[in-house]
Design a protein around this ligand. Sequence first.
Ligand code: ZN
Length: 74
Amino acid sequence: MPIYEYKCKDCGTRFERIRSMKDADASIGCQHCASDNTVRVLSTCYTKSDGMTSRSSSSGCAGCSGGSCSSCSH
Ligand SMILES: [Zn+2]
């Protein structure tokens, strides 16, 4: 299943969740402040995998624990 990234409008926390595609746009609570005022943002890791075959596996962004995507935020 794809990894979706969400951002909380209240506290600014970004977090990732693995969800099925049908649930991608369903509301999700912030893991930091439990607010449901969150929006889905495009995961740069996931979209960039199109041009990076070496990291094309679905777990290519698994190293980005906690949302600090330093390895793929270029
Ligand atoms: Zn929050």
